[in-house]
Design a protein around this ligand. Structure first.
Ligand SMILES: [Zn+2]
Length: 249
């Protein structure tokens, strides 16, 4: 969905369009400060679209930094340093990077589950996803315009898990904007909010089930998501409903 769309940056985002499973890589330092490192390219996911940043470590000859946040900044990606051991690397230094794979995998499964639940709610209730926040252990989605009761919540959970059990393939690729605009269902993506200059669009398609532009990380087969359990439902003002869910395992 549009909320997790990422515009082109100067630091190349190497996980785009379809490599969500590279957790170790080498890169070249462009800028190094006490606060952050900028690389020529990265597989780290920078916070955005309701998906938190990856964590990990970056090491080089004589030093190592723990990475505790990753942020977009005017076209660059800042790998924010937690602990630093040894002197900072100079520009041009080759570094080895390791993403915290457990955390990334958890966020990837959660984010993909969000697509599934958003699609189920659009199909069954005609409600759009107004916002979402992914966490490792629990995530939430806000829907409008709709009102759920307990039976609705059970139905959303059941239909989401049926889709996951069907184990649809997930395709991630760049497509011409015009084609995306023609194909995406009304209410599934707020394309008007993505600047016209962004073309092509990175699309996430759950085959036979859902398609929307999105810049986040996603599983390759829907079965990898696990089982969705909706743990809470709250009304957030008129006609807006918030659903919280967890995943097992
Ligand atoms: Zn997504």
């Amino acid at each position: 969905m549009w909320l997790c769309f990422v515009q082109p940056l100067m630091t190349e985002l190497l996980y785009l369009p379809d490599d969500d499973t590279t957790y170790s890589f080498e890169a070249t330092v462009e800028t190094a400060t006490e606060e952050y490192l900028v690389l020529d390219g990265t597989y780290f996911y920078p916070e955005g679209g309701g998906q938190p940043a990856d964590y990990g470590t970056i090491s080089w000859d004589g030093g190592e930094a723990s990475i505790t946040d990753v942020r977009k900044d005017h076209g660059d990606i800042h790998h924010v340093i937690g602990d630093l051991a040894g002197p900072l690397p100079t520009a041009g230094t080759t570094v080895s990077a390791q993403i915290d794979a457990d955390r990334r995998e958890r966020l990837t499964r959660m984010h993909t589950a969000q697509h599934v639940v958003s699609r189920v709610v659009l199909d069954e209730y005609g409600a759009t996803t107004a916002g979402n926040q992914i966490h490792e252990s629990r995530s939430r989605i806000d829907f409008e315009t709709v009102e759920f009761d307990e039976a609705d919540v059970e139905r959303i959970e059941r239909l989401s898990n049926e889709a996951i059990e069907a184990d649809y393939g997930v395709v991630k690729e760049n497509r011409p904007r015009q084609a995306v605009e023609a194909e995406v269902d009304d209410g599934r993506a707020l394309l008007d909010l993505i600047p016209d200059s962004v073309d092509p669009l990175r699309v996430v398609e759950i085959e036979g089930f859902d398609m929307c532009p999105c810049g986040g990380t996603h599983v390759n087969q829907l079965g990898e998501v696990g089982t969705v359990t909706i743990t809470d439902r709250t009304s957030k003002g008129k006609d807006t409903e918030r659903i919280e869910f967890e995943l097992t395992p």
